[in-house]
Design a protein around this ligand. Structure first.
Ligand SMILES: Nc1nc2c(c(=O)[nH]1)N[C@H]1C(S)=C(S)[C@@H](COP(=O)(O)O)O[C@H]1N2
Ligand SMILES: [Mo]
Length: 319
């Protein structure tokens, strides 16, 4: 298997050799230029030639379900990110205020190895992967996204939760200078910080993913830069963005949407076409960019992987 953990700009050239790039470089070297410029400079020159982006720095998803990807444009121009605005088309235009330089993530609570770690250092600890997942918002729209990042399970293994840790709680950045809706204080649309949580067995399921990018590039700000959760069998609101804190706790966290409206939203939020939202049916969804609706799948198509987590639970009660 071709597992390369470093970022592409850290990989030595002989490791990253897409055929086209290799041939271009050979011609370049024939010109004798190689002796006078560093290999980094060659890479930069070649990068200006519109070659395909080097994306060998993660394990590619085999896409066995043959999912049809939404375009980068679609994924980055229809967003839910209430800290910015409730306008789904408007997030992209104002998300530039989110500065992700020197981002750090605090990992605390019931763990053997708590840490406050710079994002770049955190990423270096794990095998980077691509995950092509269906993503279904509770509002009835959906998309297919090629995320990049690492499994939440791999992080959990590294920090070693104590046996008393039963849940994982996630928190989004609070910074009123970045997020207009936080500047409104108690007149904001929802309470901040945005909070989400998973039961430990959900968190260590192989599907649970910490995404640091999509389409082979860093995470667009409107999609939750620089690091966000992706839990593909649950409604989109579980997939919390711009995470600054991950805590291991013994009690079920009160997640943002349950807190805002407990009659309509619960802790589990598993995609379930058989349980309607109090105000609309969940049987169908519209994929971004398509005119017709399609059937919503149980656990968003991941029944095989996750149904056993909920055996014996009444999914009408545990919404
Ligand atoms: N911090 C934060 N995370 C969030 C949200 C939010 O408003 N704030 N919206 C959620 C909802 S409702 C959805 S559907 C997804 C949307 O992700 P996307 O914009 O990448 O499509 O993010 C989720 N994560
Ligand atoms: Mo959503």
């Amino acid at each position: 298997m071709n597992i390369i953990k470093r970022k592409h700009w850290q990989i030595s050239e002989n490791e990253v050799t897409p055929k086209e790039l290799f041939e271009k470089r050979r011609n370049f070297i024939k010109l004798g230029a190689a002796s006078i410029v560093s290999s980094g400079a060659i890479m930069e020159l070649l990068a200006q030639e519109n070659l395909p982006k080097i994306t060998l720095d993660f394990i590619k998803d085999k896409n066995i379900d043959n999912l049809k990807l939404n375009t980068f444009e679609q994924i980055t121009s229809h967003n839910n990110f209430y800290e910015f605005t409730t306008s789904q088309s408007g997030v992209k235009d104002i998300a530039h205020t989110l500065n992700t330089d020197n981002w750090s993530v605090t990992i605390d609570g019931l763990v053997e190895n708590p840490m406050k770690v710079n994002l770049d250092d955190l990423v270096k600890m794990f095998t980077m992967e691509e995950r092509i997942y269906r993503f279904r918002c509770v509002e009835g729209w959906s998309m297919v996204v090629p995320w990049n990042g690492f499994s939440l399970a791999s992080l959990i293994k590294k920090v070693k939760p104590l046996s008393s840790a039963k849940y994982v709680r996630f928190e989004t950045l609070v910074d009123p200078e970045v997020f207009p809706d936080q500047k409104r204080g108690k007149f904001g649309v929802i309470d901040y910080p945005y909070i989400e949580g998973l039961r430990m067995d959900e968190a260590v399921n192989d599907l649970s993913f910490l995404a640091t990018g999509l389409y082979g590039d860093v995470m667009p700000k409107q999609n939750g830069a620089p690091i966000r959760l992706v839990v593909p069998w649950k409604y989109g609101f579980k997939s919390i963005k711009s995470i600054v804190k991950i805590s291991f706790v013994d009690k079920e966290p009160l997640n943002t949407w349950q807190k805002e409206n407990p009659r309509e939203y619960g802790f589990f939020a598993n995609v379930n076409p058989n349980v309607d939202h109090p105000r609309w049916s969940q049987k169908k969804e519209r994929v971004l960019g398509s005119f017709f609706k399609q059937d919503t799948l149980m656990f968003n198509g991941y029944e095989k992987e996750v149904a056993s987590l909920y055996s014996g639970m009444d999914l009408r009660k545990y919404i």
